[in-house]
Design a protein around this ligand. Structure first.
Ligand code: ADP
Length: 363
C-alpha cells in the first residue's frame, strides 16, 4: 500500500490488516493500539485475534473469514473486542479475499475501525424512541382520564350499594337473611374484581417496561386493547364489530406496544366518527397466505382529510385542536420494529381504514 495512503488511513483512525491463511499470520498497521485498544504484538495470528473478541462475536467473525477464504469476495461485520484496559470497544471490520504470494493461494486484506460513537448514538436513539412511545401512551391515557375515572367509579358505586343492602339485610330486626346478604356480598366482590381488572390493565399500559417480546395470541391482544380503548365509547353510540380471526393465531411481539397501536387506531376512529350519523367501528384480524396476519381498524367517519393525507405518518401532524400528532408515527415505528407494515386507505363507505401486518410466529 502506498505510504501516503497508509498514513491518511491511520490519521482518520482506520487500521489495516492482512491474514495469511497458510500459517494464520496476521499483520496489522501501527495504529492498531489506538483503534483496537490492543497492541499489534498481541495480534500476531488468527487465534490471537479471535481471543480478544467478545466470546459471543467469535463464531460470526470466524465464519466470515472462513467463508470469504472459501468463496472469495468480501465481508463486513461488527464485533466487540476487550481492550487491554478491560473496556469493551465496538469495531467494524471489512475484509476481502485476494491472490496470495504463492501461486493459487488466497489471503485476506481489510480495514477495521471503531464504531463506539455510532453504537452509542444508536442506543441513545433507541432510548429516545422508547421514551417517545411511553410518553405517547401516557398522553393517550391522559386524554382518556375522565372516561377511565367513570369506568372505575361504576363498580365502586355498585360496591357501595351492595354493601348498604348487606348492612340493611343483616340489621333487619329479628330475621337474619343470611342468604340474601351473601348474594349481595358476592355481587360486591364481583365488582371489586371488575375495578381491579381495569386498574391492572391500566397499570400494565402506563408502566414503562423494557421492550419485552413474547409469543402472544392475536385474539388476546385485540381483546385487551378493546377493553381499554372502548372505555366510554359504547355510550357514544358506536356499533362495534370485533373479529379477532382464527383462534391460535400468534405473533412474537411486545404486548403493550401492539396494544398501544390498537388503542391509538381505535381512539382515532371513534374520534373521527363523533359527528357522523353512522358510527360503525370494525376491528378485524385475518391470516394471510404470505405468513403475516393483517389487523384492520375501520370507521365510518369523514375519512382522512386531504390536508394531512400526504404527511399522515410524520410526527406532529394533526388536524385536532388539542392533538399531539404522534399517535400514527409512533404506531408506524412500533409496527416496523416488529417486522411489519402499517398503512391507511379509505373505506368504500367513506371512512378510513388503518391496517398493519405482523409476521406470524413460528413454533
Ligand atoms: P392526533 O390524534 O394527536 O392528531 P395521530 O398521529 O393519531 O395524532 O393522527 C394524526 C391525524 O391523522 C389526525 O389529526 C387526523 O387528522 C388523522 N386521522 C387519524 N386517524 C383518522 C381516522 N380514523 N379518520 C380520519 N382521520 C384520521
Amino acid at each position: 500500500m502506498a505510504r501516503d495512503l497508509r498514513e491518511t488511513l491511520e490519521e482518520v483512525g482506520i487500521c489495516t490488516w492482512s491474514l495469511e491463511p497458510a500459517n494464520g499470520r496476521v499483520t496489522v498497521s501501527e495504529n492498531c493500539n489506538q483503534v483496537l485498544g490492543v497492541p499489534a504484538r498481541c495480534l500476531s495470528d488468527h487465534d490471537a485475534f479471535q481471543a480478544i473478541l467478545h466470546p459471543e462475536d467469535r463464531a460470526a467473525r470466524a465464519a466470515a473469514v472462513r467463508g470469504t477464504l472459501e468463496r472469495g469476495g468480501r465481508y463486513s461485520i461488527e464485533y466487540r473486542v476487550r481492550k487491554t484496559d478491560g473496556e469493551i470497544r465496538w469495531l467494524r471490520s471489512q475484509g476481502r479475499a485476494e491472490r496470495g504470494r504463492s501461486p493459487g493461494s488466497v489471503r485476506l486484506r481489510g480495514i477495521v475501525y471503531c464504531i463506539d460513537a455510532h453504537r452509542q448514538a444508536e442506543a441513545r436513539l433507541q432510548r429516545l424512541q422508547a421514551d417517545l412511545i411511553h410518553v405517547s401512551r401516557l398522553s393517550t391515557m391522559g386524554e382518556m382520564a375522565s372516561a377511565l375515572a367513570h369506568e372505575v367509579n361504576q363498580p365502586l358505586g355498585a360496591i357501595g350499594i351492595y354493601a348498604a343492602a348487606c348492612d340493611y339485610l343483616l340489621a333487619e330486626s329479628g330475621t337474619i337473611r343470611i342468604d340474601a346478604a351473601r348474594d349481595a356480598l358476592a355481587a360486591a366482590i364481583g365488582q371489586t374484581q371488575r375495578a381491579g381488572a381495569i386498574i391492572r390493565r391500566l397499570r400494565d399500559f402506563v408502566t414503562r417496561g423494557e421492550s419485552d417480546r413474547q409469543f402472544e395470541s392475536v385474539q388476546g391482544l385485540i381483546g385487551d386493547a378493546c377493553d381499554l380503548a372502548l372505555i366510554g365509547v359504547r355510550e357514544q353510540g358506536v356499533n362495534t364489530r370485533i373479529d379477532p380471526g382464527p383462534p391460535g393465531t400468534r405473533v412474537f411481539a411486545d404486548r403493550v406496544q401492539i396494544q398501544q397501536v390498537l388503542v391509538n387506531l381505535i381512539r382515532n376512529a371513534c374520534e373521527a366518527m363523533r359527528d357522523s350519523a353512522r358510527r360503525d367501528l370494525a376491528i378485524v384480524a385475518a391470516v394471510q397466505d404470505d405468513g403475516f396476519v393483517r389487523i384492520s381498524v375501520s370507521d365510518t367517519g369523514p375519512g382522512i382529510s386531504e390536508a394531512v393525507a400526504e404527511t399522515l405518518f410524520l410526527p406532529f401532524v394533526t388536524t385536532k385542536p388539542a392533538g399531539m400528532g404522534v399517535g400514527l408515527s409512533v404506531s408506524q415505528s412500533i409496527v416496523h420494529a416488529h417486522g411489519g407494515i402499517f398503512w391507511a386507505d379509505s373505506t368504500a363507505t367513506g371512512g378510513a381504514t388503518f391496517h398493519f401486518i405482523l409476521p406470524l410466529a413460528e413454533d
